[in-house]
Design a protein. Sequence first.
Length: 259
Amino acid sequence: MARSLIGGLVARGVAASDIRVAEPVETLREALRRDFGVQCFDQASAAAEGASVWLLAVKPQVMREVCASLAAQAAAQRPLAISIAAGITAGQLDRWLGGGAAVVRAMPNTPALLGAGITGLYANAAAAPRFDQAASLLEAVGPTVRIDEEAQMDAVTAVSGSGPAYVFLLAEAMQQAGQAQGLSAEAARALVRQTLLGAATMLTHSEEPAEVLRARVTSPGGTTQAAIETFEAGGFRTLVDRAIAAATERGRQLSAANE
Ligand SMILES: NC(=O)C1=CN([C@@H]2O[C@H](COP(=O)(O)OP(=O)(O)OC[C@H]3O[C@@H](n4cnc5c(N)ncnc54)[C@H](OP(=O)(O)O)[C@@H]3O)[C@@H](O)[C@H]2O)C=CC1
Ligand SMILES: O=C(O)[C@@H]1CCC=N1
């Protein structure tokens, strides 16, 4: 995810020399320098030195350890700390950074790499005056949505953070199904990719809700109706509801498990 954000920021004109990245693996540091021209360090403390904004992009399971290694610097530098970790709360981040920290929880998604991401943002009280700074950083890779109730960040994660994977799963399933109906892999791939792009473009360019766009494709007694009825009979909406509830719950568990 950090790679997507770095790529998006650099592509949108943020000076690569202003971006300092901590990456423990030497080969990945070399790749980041080569691909983006950013400065790379093997320790988080070295990357954070002198920086007024810290973007914490490690896994939830290592966030506590990374914050603890930065606590002394947090007290001295008073940075704006932006975390993209699923589940980890602003309260936990504040505590692990030593208290009194300006913390923004951000939930971006991987289309950020193409400038087509979307990010949910929640700021704690200390970060509220710096909310616009966090928003403008994430807006380099797509629009942002402000979330006032922190508990909703787990739902944001379940819908848009994980969401690209649901679309890719649909693409995989449609491709396989097309091949099962006799299409070549190449033809099925081309048809599915452009169909998803076209439908997503219609959704974002149209004032009409998804259900109206769907109805326009669905000729009475036609092929789409046959497919939609099959989806509905198979419990498609309930399944999506359960999947998003499971992802939301997993966010809560990640917070509790790393307490
Ligand atoms: N993937 C996604 O679509 C999204 C992910 N997120 C969040 O982003 C975060 C990263 O997820 P993701 O990108 O998928 O995971 P990755 O494993 O790809 O990235 C985590 C990165 O953190 C590095 N790291 C581990 N320990 C340290 C350390 N002590 N100091 C500095 N860097 C360290 C990892 O290195 P190493 O590989 O060596 O462990 C790795 O480069 C997670 O918290 C996740 O919840 C948020 C939105 C979307
Ligand atoms: O799967 C995850 O936990 C992360 C958070 C959102 C997308 N990927």
